[in-house]
Design a protein around this ligand. Structure first.
Ligand code: DX5
Ligand code: ZN
Length: 217
């Protein structure tokens, strides 16, 4: 069962609560929250208060994607705000193993993210202690970018590694997901599909969620 995780990066911040309720009623599986610090990526977005605001209007899992430098300094705020899962870029910390252990110790689901230029081999040492790998299918920072097709090889490599080592982590993809690329990623082995502009740019975001869901189930 593929899961659809709409990204609220593409939501209207003025009507964020209504937008999240609409995604929930529209059949979203998770809500994806893109946290950007203006350093790791050249854009600045949400803090823990937005996670808390989302928590107040939905029971859906809150999938917090931290695009921040020194994530260890910020993680506790997002845990206290009610994050269900926290994914951290392997490029953003010298202590990715420890960060994953810490998130787990707080009963939050830990995941590791890799940028398009980072190989799967870089995160192999943590694959047995995490719940999810997020494969960036665009360079992080902005919504609405084009999918990078070379990332399909990485998804396949992770899927193979997972079965070879009898592991259960989910594979999530993020960036440039649309009706076409979602099928390519699903065929390659991905389980969770983040989509921002494709959902919010559709005439009916709820119908678009239904459409994407059908393509991966
Ligand atoms: C990019 C973010 C994505 C973004 C995806 O840095 O991590 O979650 O919202 O946007 P689309 O689906 O428009 O590529
Ligand atoms: Zn994201």
């Amino acid at each position: 069962m593929g899961k659809i995780a709409p990204s609220i990066l593409s939501a209207d911040i003025g009507t964020l609560a209504e937008d999240i309720k609409m995604l929930d009623e529209g059949g979203a599986d998770w809500i994806h929250v893109d946290v950007m610090d203006g350093h790791f990526v050249p854009n600045l977005t949400f803090g823990p208060n937005v996670v808390a605001a989302a928590k107040a209007v939905t029971d859906l899992p809150l999938d917090v994607h931290l695009m921040v430098e020194e994530p260890e300094k910020m993680i506790n705020g997002f845990i206290e705000a009610g994050a269900t899962a926290i994914t951290v870029h392997a490029e953003a910390t010298k202590n990715i193993h420890q960060v994953m252990q810490h998130i787990r110790s707080q009963n939050v689901s830990p995941g590791v993210v890799i940028n398009p230029g980072t190989p799967v081999s870089f995160i192999e040492p943590v694959l047995s202690i995490i719940d999810m790998v997020l494969v960036m299918t665009v360079n992080p920072g902005f919504g609405g970018q084009a999918f990078i097709p070379e990332m399909l090889t990485k998804i396949k490599e992770l899927d193979q590694y997972r079965s070879d080592h009898d592991l259960q982590f989910l594979i999530e993809v993020d960036g440039g997901i649309n009706e076409e690329t979602i099928q390519l990623c699903h065929d390659a082995g991905a389980d969770v599909f983040v989509a921002g502009s494709n959902i919010f740019g559709a005439p009916s975001p709820a119908d678009q969620i239904t459409k994407l869901k059908k393509l991966v189930n």
